[in-house]
Design a protein around this ligand. Structure first.
Ligand SMILES: [Zn+2]
Length: 181
């Protein structure tokens, strides 16, 4: 991967976010660690920005344009995703982003919780026969401020740990008793 290939990908895309170039190069150089590719892309952005060859045209998320396309960059920018919740088109700030906003993210999580409670899926994902690991217990201790139970937190954690909110509640109480001793 030479500076020429990195710059070539940028020229081809014309208007882009840094991570798009990283994704593109990661496809071409799947044997290279992404961390390394990211570093090289960052270097290139820095150099070309100092030269004025790359111009930042949008902030949060940061969008860069090859200077000659910077004035009408919106014509060339193509990376829009469709929000899975509200259906709105949005500019993703990372790859594989599913929702457009904090509000839609919340909505999406609620939906996932509902799906999780479906009996067939629950059987498939249930981990209740597995013993609790130290990592899981640490997750629980971190998740509940002051070790106070909250249904919302339990539901979110339940998706992550693939344990039922009820099992998490029981474990929290056990851990709390352990902590008091
Ligand atoms: Zn949305």
């Amino acid at each position: 991967m030479t500076p020429g290939t990195i710059w070539g990908v940028m020229l081809r895309k014309k208007v882009f976010q840094q991570w798009e170039i990283v994704e593109e190069l990661a496809k071409m150089y799947s044997y290279l660690p992404k961390r390394y590719i990211r570093m090289r892309v960052q270097e290139m952005v820095k150099i070309q920005s100092q030269n004025g060859t790359l111009v930042k045209v949008h902030e949060n998320p940061d969008i860069l344009a090859v200077s000659k396309y910077s004035l009408d960059w919106e014509r060339y920018y193509t990376t829009y995703y469709t929000c899975e919740v509200c259906g709105k088109k949005f500019i993703p700030s990372m790859p594989h982003q599913k929702v457009c906003s904090k509000e839609c993210k919340h909505e999406h999580q609620v939906k996932l919780c509902r799906e999780y409670r479906r009996p067939s899926e629950e059987r498939e994902r249930n981990r209740k026969h597995l013993p609790w690991t130290k990592e899981e217990e640490e997750e629980i201790l971190k998740a509940f401020p002051g070790l106070r139970y909250s249904k919302t937190i339990a539901q979110n954690l339940s998706l992550k740990l693939r344990r039922s909110p009820e099992a998490i509640r029981r474990r929290l109480y056990q851990l709390r008793r352990g902590a008091e001793r």
